[in-house]
Design a protein around this ligand. Structure first.
Ligand code: PMP
Length: 359
């Protein structure tokens, strides 16, 4: 047997593997998972029934064109079917966007800190990542991002609201930014948490994309619609971009279970968005309680809260875990906690209160 291993692309060296949120440990006292921005509600019975029905045919490939889902999405958002592309979660669509636009020698701009998959999928594409620090208030610095554009820029991610800070950019500043971006550079508005936005000044990307051929909007069924485990997301973009996405997507990347669940979820949207409303109320409760306790937390428009803890991050994450809630620490920087079940939020708030008193 030969001693040499197959040659792998040099660019992979040093790229970390995507790190998922820590699961809640089995067998602990109580264990609530607040580490992945998931929806704490169980599947709706009607959606589950459709998934079970689809499971009876899993010896067959799914509908590769996602016809039913594409039609449903087109109706829901008032866009042509040809402007939609589905994928294996919105992260799958994001990866296709990079494959469609960027390679070695190209540059991809995004804010940092932001969604952890951006640096990974950018560097896998071979393109150079250009990271623009968030402002002191943990918001996208759109002026600095515009200033970072060069003739090599191919794609810019704007995560709105931003993961992990929950902060959002407002309409006027986003429109001013879009007006500054050259028309041959694709701007991806990642709106994974759009349904949780309550600030009316935060624009809906699907309105912004309509007269901007260089804007693509990313949405997911993983968060508000509670289908994280089924892996389905989509982009809305003008036809050349959407067509390129369909070309670069992994064939059959969205299972029939996922397609049918997504269609059933859109049809049960009133109920699902009612649940989102309850989570938004809980978000307000958690945010206000943290402020009352003395924490300096940025305004959040998503289903999570960001706490900048610096060197105390790991200690606080450990205290949370000991109390029964698993959160998401970013070593040396801060901690993101998902809004979960009311009792999980209570445990978190008690832990935060005790920890603050010791600071
Ligand atoms: N975008 C953002 C900003 C996210 O936080 C996430 C999930 N953490 C995704 C995209 C990907 O979600 P999914 O692949 O489940 O659709």
């Amino acid at each position: 047997m030969s001693e040499t291993s197959p040659k792998l692309r040099a660019v992979l060296e040093g790229i970390p593997t995507y790190k998922p949120g820590k699961p809640a440990a089995a067998g602990g006292p109580v264990a609530y998972k607040l580490s992945s921005n998931e929806n704490p509600y169980p599947p709706l019975p009607g959606v589950l029934e459709d998934v079970i029905a689809a499971a009876g045919n899993f010896n067959r490939y799914p509908d590769m064109a996602c016809t039913g889902l594409m039609n449903e999405l087109a109706n829901r958002f008032g866009v042509p079917v040809s402007h939609i592309a589905t994928g294996t979660g919105s992260v799958g669509v994001a990866q296709s966007l990079l494959q469609a636009t960027s390679g070695p020698g190209d540059e991809v701009i995004y804010a940092w800190r932001s969604f952890e998959a951006y640096p990974i999928i950018t560097r896998i594409s071979g393109a150079t990542a250009v990271e623009v620090p968030l402002t002191d208030g943990d918001v996208h610095d759109l002026d600095a991002m515009a200033a970072a554009i060069t003739e090599r820029t191919r794609l810019i991610f704007v995560c709105n609201p931003n993961n992990p800070t929950g902060t959002a950019v407002r309409r006027a500043e986003l429109e001013r930014f879009l007006d500054r971006v050259p028309s041959d550079v694709l701007v991806v508005l990642d709106e994974a948490y759009r349904e949780f936005v309550r600030d009316e000044d935060v624009p809906d990307g699907i309105e912004l994309y309509r007269d901007r051929p260089n804007v693509a909007v990313l949405r997911t069924f993983s968060k508000a619609y509670g289908l994280a485990g089924l892996r389905v997301g989509f982009a809305v973009a003008h036809e050349p971009v959407a067509a390129a996405l369909r070309k670069t997507a992994v064939p059959f990347g969205v299972s029939q279970l996922a397609q049918d669940a997504a269609v059933a979820s859109l049809r049960a949207e009133d109920e699902l968005l009612g649940r989102v409303g309850s989570l938004v109320c809980e978000r307000k409760r958690v945010y206000e309680a943290l402020v009352e306790q003395g924490w300096n937390v940025p305004d959040t428009q998503a289903n999570f809260v960001w706490m900048r803890l610096g060197e105390r991050t790991a200690d606080f994450a450990a205290a949370c875990e000991k109390a029964g809630v698993v959160v998401r620490p970013f070593a040396g920087e801060g901690l993101r906690v998902t809004i979960g079940e009311d009792e999980a939020n209570d445990i978190f708030l008690h832990t935060a209160e005790a920890f603050f008193k010791e600071l």
